[in-house]
Design a binder for this molecule. Structure first.
Ligand code: FAD
Length: 480
């Protein structure tokens, strides 16, 4: 989206006498924060690097061909079209000046400075490769639409290349899919790749049998879905194994390249897995805006770069600045959508009170509505209060809740139809793959243009590898 077209600087001149609110981010925190202020006597500017609101929990369904990207990423501008007190602008926030009370954002070489009276920061988190950022080149994460489309291309592309391969070893490498991270995202991804290979694609090829695909789910922890407890984690593991997923626990990835990865267990034994397709579903790193806020305010950040906020979600010493969602650290609250939504709604109430000339600094109290993860069609695990359950009931509940939180009637209807096609039938309607999906991210890095595309995962040191022909494309050509 960004590039260098010129150095125009536009300072938004706030002429409104009303309280000015700036919101950073159009995710769960940013969007729900803006909507909670719909009746407030304020002028809101919502700044986001993406022009859509992304429903991250269903990214894996875009990656595996069930849903289109539009179904999970409606345009923010359209969602907020009728809310007259908000203006959405596109841009990467590059600076927040707490003393001047300004936010600087950039897009296509155009710089915009926006003044605020109250600031809500909901910039979320990106993928963490635990210091091995070079893994990103061959193992995309699962944080954005770009990630999901690239993964779709890599997953479906692997079957295409296997159909052309000439030796059993080559076919095995091309049909091995490794998902790193056995949290909800990794479990959902591994389950869907298994369903794709075993059901959807079973009749589509002539020389290979997609049902022979090897799907590996691995994690350094001792159990699958640690946040769901041992019982549900055990059930999820058994269900995955029943579906043919190989679950490897207590193993860390120590090396990863174009053709596979190496793991090390606790006894120091190393195992090499030959696999073209790797998915990184482990670890989060908070937006760099967190560090920026911490440096100026003296707030602390935790290991993942989240900002430690006061109990009322404000930045220490700055009652006009709220940090919510995945970027905030408070009472070990998890990085889930409800924390972001409820946090943003709490901050919105306080901002409304400030705008009316009052002060409100009530502590934020989170209401845990429970958590769910799907394993396959008709099978999920759910943990609500003290109640834990699994199977079809949990899956139906998962279905209902996700439909409820998808934005827009049209989206809900089309999503339901796509689910019927994929879960009752065998089909997947979103199997289109373009060259751009698979190759653009790495080529942008190769061209040294990564800085112009801030949402791309970092891939340091990728240049040489691509030039030496060691990229995925080179491998795939050799395979063909
Ligand atoms: C694959 C996946 C599956 C998940 N599944 C679940 C689930 O099943 N249930 C659940 O409750 N939670 C789930 N989560 C977690 C949930 O999505 C997050 O907790 C939630 O999105 C956090 O909301 P947020 O507003 O803090 O951040 P986000 O939703 O990530 O939004 C951040 C926003 O900030 C913008 N932004 C970032 N940096 C800048 C910048 N510098 N300038 C301008 N804009 C910027 C981004 O474009 C984005 O709009 C999942 C997450 C992922 C990645």
């Amino acid at each position: 989206m960004c590039g260098r077209l010129g150095g125009v600087t536009v300072a938004t001149a706030p002429t409104s006498p009303r309280h000015r609110v700036v919101i950073i981010g159009s995710g769960f925190g940013g969007l729900f924060g803006a909507q909670a202020l719909k009746d407030a006597d304020v002028d809101i500017t919502l700044i986001s690097r993406t022009t859509h609101h992304l429903f991250q929990p269903l990214l894996y369904q875009v990656a595996t061909g069930i849903l289109s990207e539009g179904a999970i990423a409606p345009t923010t501008r359209e969602i907020l079209a009728r809310q007259k007190n908000v203006r959405a602008i596109a841009g990467e926030v590059t600076d927040i000046d707490l003393s001047a009370r300004t936010v600087t954002s950039e897009i296509l070489g155009r710089t915009t400075v926006t003044e605020y009276d109250s600031l809500l920061v909901a910039a979320g988190a990106g993928q963490s490769y635990f210091g091995n950022d070079h893994f990103a080149q061959h193992a995309p994460g699962m944080k954005s639409i770009d990630d999901a489309l690239e993964l779709r291309g890599r997953i479906f592309g692997a079957f295409e290349l296997a159909e052309l391969a000439s030796t059993p070893a080559e076919i095995e490498r091309l049909l091995t899919f490794v998902v790193v991270g056995a949290g909800p995202t990794g479990v959902e991804m591994a389950g869907q790749i298994a369903e794709l290979a075993h059901r959807t694609l079973q009749h589509d090829f002539r020389r290979i049998d997609p049902r022979k695909a090897r799907i590996v789910l691995l994690d350094g922890a001792d159990q699958v879905l640690p946040s769901f407890g041992q019982k549900l984690g055990g059930k999820a593991r058994r269900q995955l194994e029943k579906m043919g997923v190989e679950v490897r626990l207590g193993e860390m990835v120590v090396d990863l390249d174009a053709t596979g990865l190496t793991t090390k267990d606790r006894d120091g034994n190393e195992t090499r897995i030959e696999a073209l397709t790797k998915v990184w579903a482990a670890g989060v790193q908070a937006s760099p805006l967190g560090r920026m806020l911490a440096e100026q305010s003296g707030a602390k950040t935790d290991r993942a770069g989240r900002v430690e906020v006061a109990p009322d979600l404000t930045l220490p010493g700055h009652p006009e600045v709220y940090v919510v969602g995945d970027l905030m650290a408070l009472d070990k609250l998890p990085g889930v959508a409800q924390v972001a939504i409820q946090g943003a709604q709490h901050a919105a109430k306080a901002i409304e009170a400030r705008a009316a000339g009052g002060a409100r600094s009530e502590p934020f109290s989170y209401f845990d509505k429970g958590s769910m993860a799907t394993i396959s069609r008709f099978s999920a695990v759910a943990s609500i209060g003290k109640v834990r359950f699994s199977g079809l009931v949990a899956w139906l509940l998962w279905l209902g809740v996700h439909l409820l939180y998808l934005i827009g009637f049209k989206t809900r209807v089309t999503t339901l139809l796509h689910w019927a096609i994929s879960f009752v039938g065998r089909g997947r309607t979103e199997r289109v793959v373009t060259e751009q999906q698979v190759f653009a991210r790495n080529l942008i890095h190769r061209l040294g243009r990564a800085e112009a595309y801030p949402s791309l995962p970092r891939v340091p040191g990728d240049r040489g590898e691509l030039e030496e022909g060691g990229d995925d494309r080179g491998q795939e050509r050799a395979a063909g």
